[in-house]
Design a binder for this molecule. Structure first.
Ligand SMILES: Nc1ncnc2c1ncn2[C@@H]1O[C@H](COP(=O)(O)OP(=O)(O)O)[C@@H](O)[C@H]1O
Ligand SMILES: O=C(OP(=O)(O)O)[C@H](O)COP(=O)(O)O
Ligand SMILES: [Mg+2]
Length: 394
């Protein structure tokens, strides 16, 4: 990497603003998957050992520029503190005088977790005033939030203009491993895309079609494609204004000779809940009042076969609402197929995909679990990540 890392700067006694991606899955006010917290520990521990005053900043969820009680980082501070075996203080704001007073009383090696940076409208707008307010808190900026590196926000990009800016160890490791896997991909090369962030992720398919041999579509993303095929999808997730784009991808895949797989069946539910009534239907038979919350067994079988014949698989986005057991089968089948495919290099990306693989107890059997979903997809597309570009060159 041609960017400076935390090893290239002296942090002893310095106030360090360290952006991490603690956008972790939560359940009943508790952290339900701590993959992203664990992944940030090497950088945090290093800063502590070096005697820095460590300010940690992160977003959680999408509060749209205002304080949302359920999206406070308090439970994350608690979990981080347990993992480090060390006190982690948490502030109720992310900048300003109250935060400065807390910083003034910090000792070397102390950790302060700032409140959710997305509680402020300036964060996602990358407002220079907010970026400066973050920069005023610290002497050095460290970006270890690979999962948010595709966002040009005040705490991921803007702040880097005002104080020395370097990468953390997780950022460095992610870029290194993903870069190596993609520099000369082993073939057949398969991408699996699912999840719920349809607007964000559908665009990456354009570039992926230039690179992969097989593309498997699942999760909430699939139903915009199913609709584009001319089928009714009931109440399933739909991005109305992406239907034409989905059609164009189907044509492009044909022209490029890429095998594009879409669900042939689905598990539908009469409600978005853990105890909904469910049934398996062919994809062209989704009832009007129902919604598809998982791929069906025939689809899972086909996806398994493709995975087992692949040499490199990148996967982002669960195949269904795996958080509910009734809709976890499709995601589990794909995870199991990857675990069984010993000759296949498997890269899983995304906060929720990583949580799924962890939940099934299959994490150890994957070649690499990336903390970034959208970020890893954009990186694999060949796009420059703003959170990386903004860091100081070596
Ligand atoms: N058919 C579906 N309908 C609605 N939501 C879905 C569907 N399939 C998967 N999801 C949801 O997608 C979410 C994860 O999406 P996303 O954030 O894009 O993935 P990742 O975090 O792995 O990058 C999960 O919480 C899951 O419940
Ligand atoms: O969870 C994240 O991405 P992911 O769901 O693609 O893994 C990152 O924290 C980015 O969050 P965002 O998509 O709300 O900017
Ligand atoms: Mg996610």
């Amino acid at each position: 990497m041609n960017k400076k890392t935390v090893k290239d700067v002296d942090v002893r006694g310095k106030r360090v603003f360290c952006r991490v991606d603690f956008n972790v899955p939560m359940k009943n006010g508790q952290v339900s998957d701590e993959t992203r917290i664990r992944a940030a520990l090497p950088t945090i521990q290093y800063l502590v050992d070096q005697g820095a005053k460590v300010l940690l900043a992160s977003h959680l969820g999408r509060p749209n520029g205002q304080a949302v009680e359920e999206l406070r980082l308090t439970p994350v501070a608690k979990r981080l503190s347990e993992l480090l075996g060390k006190d982690v203080k948490k502030t109720d704001e992310a900048y300003g005088d109250s935060v400065k007073s807390e910083i003034d009383i910090m000792n070397e090696g102390d950790i302060l977790l700032l409140e959710n940076v997305r509680f402020y409208p300036g964060e996602e707008k990358n407002d220079p005033e907010l970026a400066k307010a973050f920069a005023e808190l610290a002497d050095v900026y460290v970006n270890d939030a690979f999962g948010a590196a595709h966002r040009a926000h005040a705490s991921t990009e803007g702040i880097a203009k005002y104080i020395p800016a370097v990468s953390g160890f997780l950022m460095e490791k992610e870029l290194d491993i993903l870069g190596k896997a993609l520099s000369n991909p082993e073939r057949p090369f398969t991408a699996i895309i699912g999840g719920a962030k349809v607007k964000d992720k559908i665009g990456v398919i354009d570039n992926l079609l230039e690179k992969v041999d097989n593309l498997l579509i699942g999760g909430g993303l699939a139903y915009t494609f199913v609709k584009a095929q001319g089928h009714e999808i009931g109440k399933s997730l739909l991005e109305e204004d992406k239907i034409e784009l989905a059609k164009s991808f189907m044509e492009k895949a044909k022209a490029k000779g890429v095998n594009l797989y879409m669900p042939v069946d689905a598990i539908v539910a009469d409600d978005f809940s853990a105890d909904a009534n469910t049934k398996v239907v062919a994809i062209e038979e989704i009832p009007a009042d129902w919604e598809a919350l998982d791929i069906g067994p025939k689809t899972a079988e086909t996806y398994r076969d493709v995975i087992q014949k692949s040499k490199l698989v990148i996967w982002n986005g669960p195949m269904g609402v795996f958080e509910f057991d009734k809709f976890a089968q499709g995601t589990k089948a794909v995870a199991q197929a990857l675990a069984d495919a010993n000759d296949t290099y498997s890269v899983i990306g995304g906060g929720d995909s990583a949580a799924a693989v962890e939940k099934f107890g299959l994490a150890e059997q994957m070649s690499h679990i990336s903390t970034g979903g959208g970020a890893s997809l954009e990186f694999m597309e060949g796009k420059q990540l703003p959170g990386v570009v903004a860091l100081n060159d070596k």
